[in-house]
Design a protein around this ligand. Structure first.
Ligand code: NAP
Length: 244
């Protein structure tokens, strides 16, 4: 009889690295925080919600927290230099900020809905990339991973704003990777399908959870992309839906 291990236990060594996880208080973000700390990295998570930040600190006493709205360029202009003063540099950025809006036809979609998706999934990626790159350029380079979605490749309908924002993120990553490859900065994104999170289980109680992605598996891919093993991968949208 064959025994399958549902989630691989993969270990990495990031002991000389400083990592910023934007959105580290979310479902995937929390797993990334735990794994980067376990790999020895100085791990900083941004947050908006104080209660979620407190929970994250209790679960991971070593996490460094910074309150930062990724849609507010003024806050980024203040906070990134502060982080540089405190930690010396940032070697790795994993931008987990994002959200979903579906089940709505284009006719029913408001201008506010459209703008909210573009801001949350696309503008946030542009702003944090813009303000982290100078820090990486002045150091020894770095790694950036954004979270797009398989829906950014192919939509099933009812999610036009989400799909367009995640598709835009794939092209943004390609463009940014070309612009900064000479500075030893790798920029990629991953393309998850449904992740097995509490929020998704609540929203889709009758779903087949066994087909959903584990945050742990996605985190392994992200840590690999940020490791020296992933150095030849740049400007890519990595399919992470192979099991669904
Ligand atoms: N969940 C899925 O099934 C799925 C599937 C495909 C792709 N994705 C993508 O994967 C990523 C992570 O998903 P998730 O389910 O882990 O999301 P999540 O649990 O909703 O977490 C989102 C995170 O983004 C933060 N955030 C939201 N707006 C922000 C802003 N303006 N400034 C700073 N931080 C902000 C939240 O912070 P606070 O908690 O402090 O508000 C939270 O930490 C997202 O990009 C999502 O689109 C998810």
């Amino acid at each position: 009889m064959i025994n399958f291990t549902l989630t691989m236990d993969v270990s990495f060594d990031f002991s000389s690295k400083v990592v910023l996880i934007s959105g580290g208080t979310g479902a995937l973000g929390r797993t990334l925080v735990k794994k980067f700390i376990a790999s020895g990295a100085v791990t900083i998570s941004s947050f908006l919600n104080e209660k979620e930040a407190k929970k994250l600190k209790i679960e991971n006493p070593k996490v460094e927290l910074t309150k930062l709205d990724m849609l507010n360029e003024g806050q980024l202009l203040k906070t990134i230099p502060q982080l540089k003063r405190q930690f010396g540099t940032i070697n790795i950025l994993v931008n987990v900020v994002g959200g979903y809006l579906g089940g709505r036809t284009i006719i029913d979609l408001s201008e506010t809905d459209w703008d909210a998706m573009m801001n949350l999934n696309l503008k946030s990626a542009f702003l944090i990339t813009k303000h982290i790159i100078p820090l990486m350029k002045s150091g020894n380079g770095g790694n950036i991973v954004h979270i797009s979605s398989r829906t950014g490749l192919k939509s099933e309908g009812g999610d036009s704003a989400y799909a367009a924002s995640k598709a835009g993120l794939i092209r943004f990553v390609e463009s940014a990777a070309q612009e900064f490859k000479e500075f030893n900065i790798n920029i990629n994104c991953i393309l998850p399908t449904l992740i097995d999170t509490d929020a998704n289980r609540k929203a889709i109680p009758n779903g087949d959870f066994s087909k959903w992605l584990s945050a742990e598996d996605l985190a392994n891919v992200i840590l690999f992309l940020c490791s020296s093993g992933g150095r030849v991968i740049n400007g890519s949208a990595i399919p992470t839906y192979g099991l669904s």
